[in-house]
Design a binder for this molecule. Structure first.
Ligand SMILES: NC(=O)c1ccc[n+]([C@@H]2O[C@H](COP(=O)([O-])OP(=O)(O)OC[C@H]3O[C@@H](n4cnc5c(N)ncnc54)[C@H](OP(=O)(O)O)[C@@H]3O)[C@@H](O)[C@H]2O)c1
Length: 334
């Protein structure tokens, strides 16, 4: 596309831009205007040529003294969306109480798993199905129907070398979309799951380091509310939530972990309530995980049992080299 064909209000992403081109563009901007250091989020928050030009103007003239740019500058979009207030509001709407699930270890469990077609999900699925205590895994998948969903799971697991044909009788797919109400499940499927499932493992999420909170809110945060509501209805259930160490990405936790290490300890305690990152998380992704954890902690106070897991880096499997393998350094139960 020639430069002349781009209008001031075209979105960078609609005309083929993506995060790698954005990196190159930011580098060029920095070379051209040496005092600027625009973050990647500026491209997502102001994706039009007009909006992005205003970002450059703001960066080169932070006090707003230049008369020639004053008329062009659009108000800055909030860098730090109020994720904690949103989480509080959503938590206020949670069921008042949850019946604790009795676990004596002898019963076989039916597990509902989201995100089984992802890097980590394929390994969670393999782990679950290797356990004699798992009767069946019901996987939530984006697909046209359950057969197509199962085919997607099979393809993913084959790609990672984890697929075992014997799983076919122990894996059921239900189709949905995390960003839709009740996870996009059909009403009869939702009702059946409320009475059939023993454990919900909410692993699926939009994993994106530059998109804002508002972009991920439905798929990452509202889906957590839906997963909690699934636990509140019908058979008592436990929940496992796959979070991220991105919830600790504030100066407070850097300093806290330094102090803990200086005292001979290791890591942020599981009992920490994440108040140290109620404000100041820089990524929409980390914010969406913070909001989800907050909601789950509130549900925990009302009786829901489960665990939150914050994986470290998801990298190659130590045996096969194929993605993904993860160490799970932090487990906080509520
Ligand atoms: N990757 C890491 O380094 C890392 C580190 C810490 C924590 N985590 C957490 O681990 C979990 C899994 O991450 P991953 O690396 O495996 O990510 P991934 O490969 O991108 O997988 C994400 C999964 O979520 C599903 N998903 C996303 N949006 C959905 C929607 N609207 N409706 C239905 N399903 C949707 C995807 O389905 P499709 O296949 O249909 O897209 C996919 O199965 C996430 O909760 C993430 O936050 C990851």
């Amino acid at each position: 596309m020639s430069a002349d064909a781009i209008s001031p209000d075209d979105s960078f992403f609609d005309i083929g831009g993506h995060s790698i081109i954005a990196q190159t563009m930011l580098l060029k901007v920095r070379k051209q205007w040496r005092t600027t250091n625009l973050p990647m989020t500026a491209v997502f928050q102001s994706p039009t040529l007009r909006g992005f030009a205003a970002e450059i103007d703001r960066a080169t003239d932070p006090l707003g003294l230049r008369m020639d740019v004053a008329g062009n500058v659009e108000p800055a979009v909030g860098q730090d969306e109020d994720y904690s207030a949103d989480a509080q509001e959503l938590a206020n709407q949670l069921p008042k109480s949850f019946t604790a699930a009795n676990v004596d270890g002898s019963d076989k469990q039916t597990v509902f798993l989201t995100g089984a077609t992802g890097f980590l999900g394929a390994y969670i699925l393999a782990d679950l199905l290797s356990r004699p205590s798992t009767a069946k895994v019901i996987a939530h998948v984006r697909a046209t129907d359950s057969n197509a969903g199962l085919a997607r799971i099979e393809d993913t697991c084959k790609a990672y070398g984890t697929w075992d044909p014997s799983w076919r009788s122990r894996v059921e797919c239900v189709t949905g979309d995390l960003a839709s109400p009740r996870l996009g499940l059909k009403p009869d499927v939702w009702d059946r799951l409320t009475n059939e499932v023993d454990i919900v493992i909410h692993n699926g999420a939009v994993v994106h380091w530059v998109r804002p909170y508002s972009f991920m809110r439905a798929a990452n945060v509202l889906s957590t509310v839906a997963a909690v509501n699934l636990c509140a209805t019908g058979k008592p259930k436990r929940i496992g939530f796959v979070s991220s160490t991105a919830v600790l990405d504030t100066e407070h936790y850097v300093q806290l972990s330094d102090r803990i290490e200086a005292d001979g300890g290791r890591g942020i305690p599981e009992s920490d309530d994440l108040e140290g990152s109620r404000k100041g998380l820089g990524t929409g992704y980390g914010q969406s995980k913070w909001a989800s954890e907050f909601i789950l902690r509130e549900a925990g106070k009302r009786g829901l049992k489960g665990a939150m897991i914050r994986p470290g880096y998801v990298t190659g499997d130590p045996r096969s080299g194929s993605k993904s393998y993860t160490s799970l350094p932090l487990l906080s139960a509520s």
